[in-house]
Design a binder for this molecule. Structure first.
Ligand SMILES: [Zn+2]
Length: 493
């Protein structure tokens, strides 16, 4: 039996979060807008209008290109891709795939401990189309052109992935890079990150690619893996029965859990590409328009570098460092909270100990609550200053660890700070030796049995007595103070 190898390449679309659209000054943020509110004669495709490219969008393509180690092309050209569809009023899309701004590049992914380079073929810039809305009861469709003209990056990979899982990991890593660069929200569920997958099989050892099938409009991470897995099995079955795989475009049907044929190669459009006559070609190195030194200065520390730094600088475990850097905002929250602690010194050991505490708190308390509420760290009501203040109070014995967690729960719900909650509820830990002494004296009186046991050398009885004092104080006595005074008083018994 012939053994087959899976070959996967991806084409990814990511909407850029620039303030204005790609070729006009319309607002690029339309989440709260009424249909067709953010439109103008340019993005409505009125005759006689002139597109003006958005400089920020061009700079951001170069920024991504540099982050992925791609080559900046000497010259890049906008061109027209002609097709008719109701969501595209101009009847052409302005794109740049023939002479793209960035050529080559790579993303390093890790699957089960194996590092692999996924090569990028090129990155180009284009504009998004509008949206069609199909009312359930009407025999008509509505057109919303708020999205028409949104700057869109297309990232095309080489066919370097060999398993559905690798495609998912690649997409997750790319999402992290886009978010760390702050150029796209890169949210698949909200449609600002989408991908098409090209899948083919070939006998192991053969260089030439097999017939490819394209799955269009994958819009969740779960779907990437499932849709590709299904498609690989489908093609495997065909080849096993000596049937041919037809080159076609297929769509994923979530309810049926399978891919369905949409159009074959014969039906494919001829887009009649030609250079956009209204926008001159851009030679980024020739003029002063694009300042690459400035763009290089924008390059941030990316997730993998940050995670490695957290391991080295704070002695965190790989797992904790990865969790904390999985979201740029979360990694900032961690470092800001740590810096806010009053006694952070340059002493590495103290810094590492505190970092471990802050990391544990964020992972076990903050993240758990965020996940439960289904919100992200940017919507968290507890800011880093308030969290640092709470952790500092627990650290100095002003409140116990248990009480600190209760206070945090309330801070998370109400947005109040720890001081306000402690005052309102009288939760401050009892460190006042006078008050503790009174409680201990009572406990000794009430527990003469264990007291004699302790006197007779039974160490366990001491722990029991501590427990009784803590219970009497409803957990609010400072354990260290209880310990010292109890020892003192038992000696005098
Ligand atoms: Zn416009």
């Amino acid at each position: 039996m012939i053994k087959y190898e899976t070959v996967i390449g991806l084409e990814i679309h990511a909407q850029l979060k620039t303030e204005s659209k790609m070729f006009c000054s319309c607002d690029n943020y339309s989440v709260d807008a009424k249909p067709n509110e953010n439109t103008c004669p340019i993005c409505l495709g009125m005759p006689g209008t002139l597109p003006v490219p958005n400089k920020k969008a061009i700079e951001w393509v170069y920024l991504l290109g540099l982050a992925l180690n791609g080559k900046i092309a000497e010259k890049f050209n906008f061109e027209r891709k002609n097709y008719f569809y109701p969501d595209l009023p101009k009847a052409y899309q302005i794109t740049s795939s023939t002479k793209p701004p960035v050529i080559g590049g790579r993303v390093e992914i890790e699957t089960e401990g194996v590092i692999q380079n996924i090569r990028i073929n090129h990155i180009h810039l284009e504009e998004d189309a509008g949206k069609l809305i199909h009312p359930k009861l009407g025999e008509y469709s509505l057109v919303d052109l708020n999205r028409a003209g949104t700057p869109l990056l297309e990232i095309v990979t080489e066919p370097d992935m060999r398993a559905p899982r690798e495609a998912r990991i690649f997409m997750q890593d790319l999402r992290s890079i886009l978010r760390y660069l702050s150029i796209s929200d890169a949210n698949m569920e909200q449609g600002n990150l989408r991908c098409d997958a090209n899948i083919s099989l070939r006998p192991v050892g053969q260089k030439e690619l097999g017939t490819k099938v394209e799955i269009k409009n994958i819009n969740s991470f779960k779907m990437i893996e499932r849709a590709i897995e299904y498609e690989v099995e489908r093609q495997m079955e065909l080849l096993g029965e000596n049937k041919k795989v037809v080159q076609e475009t297929r769509g994923w049907d979530e309810s049926k859990g399978k891919t369905l044929g949409q159009r074959s190669k014969e039906e494919a459009n001829d887009y009649r590409y030609f250079p956009e006559p209204d926008i001159p070609p851009l030679e980024p190195y020739s003029g002063k328009e694009i300042d690459f030194d400035e763009i290089k200065a924008w390059l941030p520390e990316l997730q993998k570098e940050k995670s490695q730094r957290f391991i080295n600088e704070y002695n965190l475990s790989t797992q904790d460092a990865e969790i904390l850097t999985s979201d740029l905002e979360l990694s900032r929250y961690f470092e800001q909270t740590l810096e806010e602690l009053p006694d952070i010194t340059k002493n590495d050991e103290i810094k590492k100990q505190k970092a471990k505490k802050v990391s544990n708190w964020i992972i076990s308390e903050v993240l758990a609550k965020l996940n439960l509420a289904g919100i992200s760290i940017s919507d968290c009501k507890v800011n880093h200053k308030d969290l640092a203040e709470l952790l500092d109070k627990a650290d100095h014995g002003e409140i116990s660890g248990k009480i600190a967690k209760e206070i945090f729960a309330e801070m998370f719900e109400t947005g109040k700070n720890s001081e306000q909650i402690i005052k309102a509820k009288g939760l401050s830990q009892i460190s006042d030796t006078g008050a503790v002494k009174v409680m201990i004296t009572e406990v000794i009186k009430e527990n003469q049995g264990p007291v004699s046991d302790f006197k007779a050398g039974k160490e366990k009885a001491f722990g029991y007595l501590i427990g009784q004092v803590m219970a009497k104080s409803r957990g609010q006595a400072n354990p260290q103070v209880v310990n010292e005074i109890l020892k003192d008083l038992l000696d005098k018994e």
